[in-house]
Design a protein. Sequence first.
Length: 309
Amino acid sequence: MSVVTKVVLESEDENSEYHSLLENAFETLTSVHAPLEAKCDAAIQSWRLSEHKNKMVENRRQKIVCEFGKFPHMSGVLVDLISASQTPEILVWRCLRALVQLSYDNPDVTEILVGNWRSEARSLARQEEVEVNKMKEDAVSADAGTSNELKAKIQAMRDAMSALNSRAALPTIFSRLLSEKGMSWRVRECVFHVLNNAANSSWAVHDTILKDDILEKAKHLISHEDTPHFVVSAAVGFLCSLSYRPASRHLMSEAEIVETLSPIILKDKIELNSMSAVLSVANLAGHLPMEEFPVCTLQIDPYAVNEVA
């Protein structure tokens, strides 16, 4: 990072240099010709541009970065790169790291991120439909050459409308990422960090998160013996943030989250985030009558018990 960039990022004002850095990052991420390394640097820059030691400044910058540029704006561009099957893993990871920062302790930005600009996408699709209908009328009275050109444009616009109408919420995209074969562990870890920040920032997004099978994906990864500890830790932290909202607890209990987290509690390891597992179970237990609380049968290694004793 240059000295000039460092000064711009540390300043509490968004001056022309700040906006120039943001515009350059946006143009690089949306360019089909930009090299991979430049795109990775642009994703890192979007993270830095939304960060500040002064929380009020940071909240403002998170929103500026999130909403910057034409549709789908900076945040939507990051999400689109994450969801595209041809995006290299390192760029997916860098974009996720940027979303971790954007979703940190900012309810307004979190709600935009989780919704992934779907309302604006639907509105744009409706505008496109009006234009398509007008072009269809023009094609009827046009000569053969013009008519064929209009038909080609109409088809292209219909394809664009289909993409706009099918724009998915962020948890739906994350659910696919978590299931994708060969996806790296660091990408899965970052997915849970974004979800954790989102669940912690705004209770309003919990219902959207819980619509997909994210809970099942988290349970599977927490319980699977091959999952690295840092991924288990991130997934446990996400469940802990979900458990603080009373309305989310019933679904979590039905999904047998207590049973999933109980072995993590017994292992009592910092690297597994066992304390967050304790807090999650305590939150889930708080709304249940004693007779409804699940009874967990766990196999305990006697050698481990004797060693502790």
